[in-house]
Write a protein that binds this ligand. Structure first.
Ligand code: ROI
Length: 167
């Protein structure tokens, strides 16, 4: 039996430009093909309303679980390289549309705080497009702060979140 909270790493994927469904599928593939990443679960692909400015397309979001011996920052280098390979341009507008976003949501039950990375992801507790896909692949998960995923889900509206496709 593996302990999903302390052995797994959870990544949130999001895209709302350039055929976002395909972006998420290809990014998931790129992760699974990496020699030091073992993809162990991936959620359905969800359609979600944009958080932030509404004058941008709806998003496609998913959450995947991986097992890896990579350090958090080595993993961040890899996820950022995949983002850039997929044509992501880091613009000034933090809340604007994007071709591909890969966020480290949870890393083996650890709390990480440095200038490049904050884990758990600072927005995860309020984002329906993270919590519901996460629940699909890690039901009954407990966050490092002790909060139960089930308790968070009770407080977060689905806000039109829909399943678009299986992974
Ligand atoms: N909104 C949704 N629905 N999904 C995202 O992945 C997402 N990513 C972002 C912002 C701009 C906050 N809004 C989002 O970076």
């Amino acid at each position: 039996m593996t302990n999903q909270a302390t052995e797994r790493v959870y990544l949130g994927l999001g895209a709302n430009l350039n055929a976002p469904l395909e972006q998420i599928r290809k990014a998931t593939n790129a992760l699974s093909e990496h020699a030091e990443i073992n993809l162990v679960a991936s959620s359905s692909l969800y359609g979600s309303k944009p958080m932030g400015p509404q004058d941008q397309p709806d998003y496609v979001n998913s959450v995947v679980a991986i097992e890896t011996n990579l350090s958090p920052l080595a993993l961040l280098d890899i996820t950022q390289k995949i983002e850039f390979d997929f044509g992501r341009v880091r613009k000034e507008n933090r809340w604007g549309p994007r071709t591909l976003d890969i966020d480290i949501i949870l890393y083996k039950g650890e709390e990480i705080e440095n200038e490049r990375l904050t884990v758990p992801h600072y927005g995860m507790k309020t984002r329906e497009f993270v919590l519901y896909p996460l629940d699909e692949i890690a039901p009954n998960l407990c966050l490092p702060c002790g909060t139960e995923l089930n308790a968070l889900l009770k407080t977060i509206d689905k806000n039109g979140l829909t399943i678009l496709a299986s992974s």
